[in-house]
Design a protein around this ligand. Structure first.
Ligand code: SAH
Length: 293
């Protein structure tokens, strides 16, 4: 065997050894290009003070590149056969530098997990079905994690980095922009994966924003998110019309009052959700919530 799990042929050999058939439903596209894995490690700035969370560790191709660089890695993997293979291949590290949690990443309490292990960074090749919600869940629940370096499908990255008015600008864009800044660092070619995925992949940097700076504290995040969902119910309709439900919730029954509030934040009555920036939404939300301030 070559040196690395990701070295040519090794991943295939390991899959055979442990009788593993890859499952598309679990987004099992393994990185089999050691140079890309090293590039990911370098771009993430992984260093000796970092305690890393890796979601979807698979056979450990990324884990083994990171382990010599960092203090500790907490891995989460849902697939029992992959977990077994990982435990055997990584036997020397498990219990010391690596902890493997065999669980569904969507069911984890990230506040508790990040607190228990003092996790400060996520570095992962995320399973594509859960990537979008997971990014928000972790940002919302684990304030100690201030950076994430993720391989995700390009269309999610486009939604995360969309500008006001772009076709990819959505409620997801606004919600994630409340919590963090997102930057596409580089593309990853389909040939770096086994099997080659049906979607394009990119590597992104996620930097948590300071919540105090934008006036929506952690206790208001859920309420703000449901406000944003309502605003985007009909993204091309006038916001005043989409917001009927919200207005009821805030006990505001007159459209003209809503229009007045829009004017108050420098918008006209015709404005659509897709034309509103994060700052506009924050101002409108606060104006509705605290109408007398
Ligand atoms: N890190 C490895 C594997 C990435 S593939 C590499 O880069 O090669 C994505 C991995 O996520 C697979 O191992 C898959 O089994 C795992 N996975 C998929 N859904 C998951 C979930 N809900 N929770 C935890 N792991 C999951």
């Amino acid at each position: 065997m070559d040196e690395f799990i990701s070295s040519a042929g090794n991943t295939a050999l390991l899959l055979k050894k442990y009788d593993i058939k890859l499952k598309k439903s679990l987004g099992q596209n393994f990185l089999i290009d050691t140079n890309i894995l090293k590039k990911i490690a370098k771009a993430s700035g992984a260093g000796e003070n970092d305690t890393i969370l890796e979601i979807g560790s698979g056979l450990g191709s990324l884990t083994e590149i990171l382990v010599p660089l960092v203090k500790k890695i907490v891995c989460v993997e849902v697939d029992a056969k992959l977990s077994k293979a990982f435990r055997e291949e990584m036997a020397g590290f498990i219990g010391n530098n690596i902890t493997l949690i065999e669980s569904d990443a969507m069911k984890i309490d990230y506040s508790r997990l990040a607190g228990e292990f003092k996790i400060n960074k996520v570095i992962s090749n995320l399973p594509y079905k859960i990537a979008a919600p997971l990014i928000i869940t972790i940002l919302k629940n684990a304030p100690g994690i201030d950076k994430m370096y993720l391989t995700i499908q390009k269309d999610i990255a486009c939604r995360l980095t969309a500008k006001t008015g772009d076709k990819n600008y959505s409620s997801y864009t606004v919600k994630s922009a409340l919590l963090a800044d997102f930057r596409i660092m580089f593309q990853i070619s389909g040939t770096c994966f086994m099997p080659v995925p049906n979607v394009d992949s990119v590597f992104v940097e996620v930097c948590r924003k300071n919540m105090k700076a934008n006036e929506i504290g952690p206790d208001l995040v859920n309420e703000f998110f449901s406000f944003i969902d309502n605003c985007f119910l009909h993204r091309r309709k006038k916001l005043v019309n989409s917001l009927q439900k919200v207005l009821e919730k805030f006990n505001i029954d007159k459209k003209d009052l809503m229009v007045k509030m829009l004017h108050g934040i420098g918008k006209d009555a015709e404005v659509r959700a897709e034309e509103m920036t994060l700052d506009d939404f924050i101002k409108l939300f606060l104006a509705l919530k605290y109408p007398n301030v």
